[in-house]
Ligand binder design. Structure first.
Ligand code: SAH
Length: 342
């Protein structure tokens, strides 16, 4: 199978060209072309036909095939289902905010974490995505929608820290000046809490925003919802978050999906406030997405308001997640789930 040009750094391209006796500066041109989004090597018009042939024998450009695209009528949210080169599928979402376009991308085909409420649970894990496939999602969306993405959230299918090496490589490449050039401060990585990898990430000198999928304020409850907690308890997770903040200076986002009658009581709100008080952090409250086949239901608006008030009275910063693209099942994992079930 052909290799993906989007997996290569400029230095790797240079080494490759060097082997074939081609001038080094071509590497930068190739890197820029593939980051612009081209369907074929032949679109590299400032590169000789001979070199293009050479590239074409071994590489493809990394652009992804759009299997399906859903566009929201309520807002400008677009949801993409992509077919990868081995016929696996993943999905990504493009959202428009006042500050620009944000893309939510997948990091794995499926997920191994087993969170009970998640659409990716129970339909199997196939493999990790490569760095080039993560870049490919962004580049293909930019090209298709004719826009420039300014923010990225790695919050689609998969657990990014379970695909650590490829994700770190992706982060460095997406930040590269000759590439998409997206600042680390405009990137959020969401994790269910793989503590050792959080500590590794803290040392990479990649100051992205870390988002922790917490969803429960105590181990008893979190153990039931998220099997990862059996391995890394809440105390260990919070400790790792504090170290991440010390090392990077970045504040932590805690994601908390409110589930009716399960984690949305006043007592839960007080527990949560106590847990994270004094941390450089904020809480993002999300009404749980009701996934077919799971028993979890959304908390009412009223209860959500009470929960939010308690956090705020305790000095915790809280945002309520806006539900974009609700008419197109924009929550990640849902399209792939539908397709796999079919
Ligand atoms: N594995 C990573 C990123 C992918 S999940 C993580 O766990 O963070 C992206 C986010 O969606 C996580 O916060 C996850 O907990 C949340 N999520 C999954 N299923 C959900 C559902 N049914 N309703 C609301 N949020 C959900």
């Amino acid at each position: 199978m052909k290799q993906n040009l989007l997996d290569c750094t400029i230095e790797e391209l240079e080494a490759l060209l060097n082997e074939s006796g081609v001038e080094k500066f071509r590497a930068k041109q190739i890197f820029q072309w593939v980051n612009k989004g081209i369907a074929s090597v032949d679109e590299m018009t400032n590169i000789s036909k001979l070199l293009r042939q050479l590239l074409d024998e071994r590489f493809h450009t990394g652009i992804l095939h759009i299997l399906r695209k859903l566009e929201s009528k309520k807002d400008e949210t677009k949801k993409y289902l992509f077919r990868l080169h081995d016929n696996n599928v993943v999905e990504s979402v493009l959202m428009k905010y006042t500050y620009g376009y944000s893309a939510c991308i997948s990091s794995q085909v499926g997920c191994r974490m087993g969170c009970r409420f998640c659409a990716s649970t129970g339909i199997g894990f196939a493999r990790n995505l490569t760095c080039g496939e993560m870049l490919g999602q962004l580049i293909t969306i930019q090209k298709d929608a004719g826009i420039r993405i300014s923010n990225i959230v790695i919050m689609g299918i998969g657990e990014p820290l379970d695909n650590y090496d490829n994700v770190v490589r992706f982060l460095r490449l997406v930040n590269h000046k000759g590439g998409l050039n997206i600042g680390y401060r405009h990137i959020t990585l969401s994790t269910c809490g793989l503590v050792p990898r959080i500590l590794d990430l803290a040392k990479e000198n990649i100051p992205i925003t870390l988002s922790i999928s917490l969803h429960a304020p105590n181990d008893e409850l979190r153990n039931k919802l998220m099997p990862v907690n059996l391995k890394y308890s809440i105390d260990k997770l919070i400790e790792a978050c504090k170290i991440y903040t010390e090392e990077t200076g970045r504040r932590i986002t805690f994601e908390y999906a409110l589930i009716k009658g399960l984690n949305d009581s006043k007592e839960n709100a007080h527990e949560l406030a106590f847990l994270i008080k004094g941390m450089l952090s904020h809480v993002n409250l999300i009404p749980v997405n009701e996934v077919e086949g799971t028993e979890f239901e959304k908390t009412s608006k009223e209860r959500t308001g009470i929960f939010k008030d308690i956090l705020e009275k305790n000095g915790i910063e809280v945002t309520l997640r806006r539900e974009l693209g609700s008419d197109i099942n924009a929550a990640c994992g849902q399209l792939r789930r539908g397709l796999v079930k079919e």
